[in-house]
Design a protein around this ligand. Structure first.
Ligand code: PEP
Ligand code: MG
Length: 914
């Protein structure tokens, strides 16, 4: 609950090199507010203003959308202070008025997710004073129409209805352009003062029509409305979607920043821009950004006009460019990270409106981290923490196959806004893109200009393509952060929302047609283009590229080397073939954490022998089928041991939920009958007999080996014969045999006897010795609570968190997709518990099992092999539990390694603090 005493400080002022707050106060002042204070303190040119704290936001929602009493006088004092510094009066009707910008600012930046109001304080009188003071009628009326437009949209709610493709205010502008110039696409800068005055009138009429209310004339009323709208926007749909996606707690709330306006739209000596201290797409150390002459900041980020690259600024405003170059250096030295900043140039003078750590692609994150260490800006530990583990996946993302591209025509070129290669069916509206993605189509979201409302469509799409807008438009930033491939500002595209067509160079594409986009080069191609592996994959896996020829690989390798220095938790892999194993080893896996032996039988004829085994009615016929399976298994295990080069392999005994393996349709049943030389009726009857109502809780896991010990016997034999074969060649094999779905200690004991007996037999036959372990999966709640008993026999535990989640939550792994989205929507679960460990429930059971297991066997080896082993948050949780390793799919290994290193560094930092 927010502090609501009268003496509480709700407003923090900044201006004239002094600030009440500073950069470390993000929880209270939000990211924007804290950094405005910090920039003011270090002497950067920041227009004065104040920040209303996030505590007020909490109060607002706790108290039926009202404010603490002490707020109003503090706001008034804030305005007075701004008036003093600027030498102007708020909403003055006689002389140059003080106008303000009102912006949101959460603790973590949420680009474009919340609302902003500029030029507040203008009304029918002060607009005349502004015109007089600036001797610029056009400018004053342009500010006024922009203000009404933003205020009408954000505060009064005049917005696009679901059936409309354009904002209502933009529609009014378009109509006026059409009427007066017969050119719907006329640039806004070409509208005359008269046009702007006309727009002000029409906008007010539109507001009255849609809301029944007059536009407020009093600046203080305007300010109250704007502050309320910013706090209100914390709960708008796109802010909620964004928070859910990035796990930002609702309780944080947003701050509100009120800042004196400076103007980038006073003429050709003015402008606005957004820039990065390094290239956010590639990480290269270059001044990167874009600007628009004679425009306000919103024009740059909204993507309505396509801006120019910042490198062109010297030819317009050389002094301002030089100052910005200096600011760029100051920012990096002070904040010690790549910054993303907004600036405005008013009549040649530069003002800083915001700075924050810049969002970047995975590729850029790795490069910037490595280069900043080289430049001695940060140390290697900071570098490891700078790359979000999830983002590392982008470095391994596919690119277009070069040979396939040769036969493909570039149909348009836009700005490269999010790297990678994407191919998909085009959709012109976010909702339809979502629907298509739900039908498992690969989707490209194609829009004239992207806007934050498109978020759901962007999440669903493989890639995003726009005809207008720059690389720093809000939506482009968000696309990059999500790792979505994005090309924007491809101006050759003519998109018709009504006809649902895209026309370019004489070719017309309909909704549902395929296009491909290259978010690294900005190119757009017709049709589907084959994608190829990333450079890291080409070096490590395909070996088609030399490491010295790939800078990307070198940065990746540097980062992974640092991870090795930091990590305590090992990363193994879930692999069922020698090829998958080799890939994972190349990515740095320290062994196999799960080899699902039943997966070895999906291929070719193997499935028939597997089915024959499952359908067998007598021990003899089962043994017969098993004899066919043995050589396959032995061969696979040999390959896997070789690929592991002496690293351990956790091999799990068969765990086939029967429904996955039985032939269900008539054709498959008769095919099998023919192969087995039995009647279809017989096969079909047996399938019928074996039918289970709950196959996931049925005859699977160790239950199979208990009912039919000959199955376990065959598997143990295959494993040890393969080990003997490999050892004969002078290589090492370290099998760790794992029994699935154990709940009772006796289940494990029975299987254990078989393993040890067969090991002894094979050792004798082959005149060799084996270095092996036998352990169990911990994947049902009973196993967790009797783990002390189970540990008497198990040399290791591996948490099967897929089944453990299924059985703990009583939610079917296979069916949860139908209701989990509703659960996430209602925030019953923050994340999908099958993707990220439910730490409060499943996690507690894991902890119990760890503690009990260690009580019996202090040095017990502990791992996890459910899908959660590749989820950074779950990896960090496993580190906290003190597990020995996590195991995940081969391509997730680098992600898990990075997450494990970060967890270790966090631990170290906490211990050092103590
Ligand atoms: C598990 O249950 O987490 C597991 C790894 O086994 P499977 O997914 O094969 O059931
Ligand atoms: Mg399982």
């Amino acid at each position: 609950m927010a502090n609501t005493t009268k003496s509480a400080k709700y407003v923090y002022q900044f201006g004239n090199r002094k600030a009440d707050g500073n950069g470390s106060m993000k929880p209270l002042l939000g990211g924007k507010g804290a950094n405005l204070a910090e920039m003011t303190r270090i002497g950067l040119p920041v227009p004065p203003g104040f920040t209303i704290t996030t505590e007020v936001c909490t109060y607002y929602y706790d108290n039926k959308r009202t404010y603490p009493k002490a707020l109003q006088p503090q706001v008034e004092a804030g305005i007075r202070q701004m008036e003093k510094i600027m030498g102007t009066k708020f909403g003055d009707a006689k002389a140059m008025p003080l106008l303000v910008a009102v912006r949101s600012g959460a603790r973590d930046s949420m680009p474009g997710m919340m609302d902003t109001i500029l030029n507040l304080g203008l009304n029918d009188q002060s607009v005349l004073a502004l015109a007089k003071a600036t001797k610029n009628d056009r400018f004053a009326w342009d500010c006024y129409r922009r203000f009404i437009q933003m205020y009408g949209d954000v505060v009064m709610g005049v917005q696009k209805a679901p059936h409309e493709d354009h904002e209502p205010f933009e529609t009014v502008i378009g109509e006026l352009k059409e009427e007066r110039y017969h050119d719907h696409d006329l640039e806004d800068t070409r509208l005359s003062t008269e046009d702007l005055k006309e727009l002000v009138g029409r906008f007010k009429k539109l507001i009255k029509q849609r809301t029944g209310k007059e536009f407020p004339n009093d600046p203080w009323d305007q300010l109250k409305g704007a502050v309320g709208a910013v706090f209100g926007s914390w709960m708008n749909d796109r802010a909620i979607v964004y928070r859910r996606k990035y796990g930002i707690p609702q309780e944080w709330g947003t701050a509100v920043n009120v800042q004196a306006m400076v103007f980038g739209n006073t003429g050709d000596n003015s402008g606005s821009g957004v820039a990065f201290t390094r290239d956010p797409a590639t990480g290269e150390k270059v001044f990167y950004g874009e600007f628009l002459i004679n425009a306000q900041g919103e024009d740059v980020v909204a993507g309505v006009r396509t801006p120019e690259p910042v490198q062109k600024l010297p030819s317009h405003l050389p002094a301002a460019y030089k100052e910005l170059e200096n600011i760029r250096k100051t920012l990096e030295t002070h904040f010690k990270d790549m910054q993303d900043f907004e600036f405005t140039i008013q009549d040649g003078k530069v003002f800083m409106l915001q700075t924050r750590n810049g969002k970047r692609t995975g590729l850029a994150a790795v490069r910037i981290a490595c280069e900043m260490v080289k430049e001695k800006v940060i140390d290697w530990k900071t570098a490891v923490n700078r790359v979000p583990a999830e983002q590392l996946e982008q470095v391994l993302a596919p690119i277009f196959d070069r040979t396939a591209l040769k036969n493909t025509k570039v149909i348009a070129k836009g700005l490269p806004a999010g790297p990678g290669a994407a191919t998909g069916q085009i959709y012109f509206n976010a909702d339809r893109a979502v629907q298509a993605a739900e039908k498992k189509e690969k989707v490209l979201l194609v829009r004239i200009e992207t806007s934050p409302e498109d978020l759901r469509g962007m999440i669903a799409a493989e890639g995003i393509l726009t005809a207008r807008g720059g690389v720093s438009s809000h939506a482009a930033l968000v696309a990059r952060q999500m790792g979505k491939v994005c090309v924007c500002g491809a101006s050759a595209l003519h998109i018709d929302y009504n006809k649902r067509t895209l026309e370019v160079g004489g070719q017309t594409f309909k909704e549902g047609d395929f296009l491909s986009i290259n978010g690294t080069s900005g190119e757009v191609y017709a049709g589907e283009v084959r994608t190829a592996a990333s450079e890291v994959v080409q070096v490590l896996i395909e070996r088609s590229l030399k490491s010295k020829d790939s800078q990307t690989y070198q940065y990746y390798a540097q980062l992974m080397d640092w991870c090795v220095k930091a990590t305590r938790l090992l990363v193994r892999t879930n692999a069922d073939t020698p090829e998958q194993t080799a890939n994972a080893v190349a990515f740095g896996a320290s062994g196999i954490g799960l080899c699902r032996t039943e997966h070895m039988f999906f291929e070719g004829d193997r499935i028939d022998a597997m089915r024959e085994m499952i359908l067998a009615e007598t021990t003899d016929s089962r043994k017969n089928a098993l004899a066919k399976l043995l050589p396959y298994q032995r061969e696979d295990f040999t390959g896997i041991f070789k690929a592991l080069k002496g690293l351990p392999a956790t091999i799990r005994f068969l765990d086939p939920p029967l429904h996955e393996f039985l032939p269900h349709d008539n054709a498959a049943q008769s095919q099998l009958a023919e192969k087995l030389n039995v009647s279809v009726e017989k096969v079909s009857k047996r399938v019928h007999d074996l039918h289970e109502f709950n196959p996931m809780l049925g005859h699977r896991g160790c239950r199979l080996g208990i009912a039919y010990p000959e199955i376990s016997e065959m598997q143990a034999r295959a494993i040890f014969e393969a080990a003997a074969e490999v050892q004969k060649e002078g290589l090492k094999a370290k099998p760790e045999i794992m029994i699935p779905l154990v709940g009772f200690p006796k289940e494990l004991q029975l299987q254990l006897e078989i393993v040890h007996r067969v090991a002894e037999e094979v050792a004798k036959e082959k005149k060799t010795k084996f270095n092996y372990l036998v352990g169990t999966m911990i994947e049902i709640p009973r196993a967790c609570v009797v783990a002390d008993d189970i540990a008497k026999d198990a040399q290791f535990f591996s948490f099967g968190t897929n089944d453990l989640t299924q059985t703990t939550l009583g939610m079917s792994r296979d069916d949860s997709g139908s209701f989990l989205p509703a659960y996430q929507e209602a925030e019953i679960v923050k994340k999908n518990p099958f993707a990220s460990i439910d730490q409060g429930g499943v996690g507690k059971l894991m902890q119990t099992a760890v503690e009990l297991g260690r009580k019996t066997r202090p040095d017990i080896k502990l791992g996890i092999c459910g899908e959660h082993g590749g989820d950074p948050e779950s990896v960090k949780f496993c580190h906290t539990l003190g597990l020995t390793y996590v195991s995940c799919s081969p391509f997730r290994v680098p992600v898990a390694r990075l997450a494990a290193a970060q967890a270790a560094l966090k631990d170290e930092a906490v211990k050092t603090k103590k």
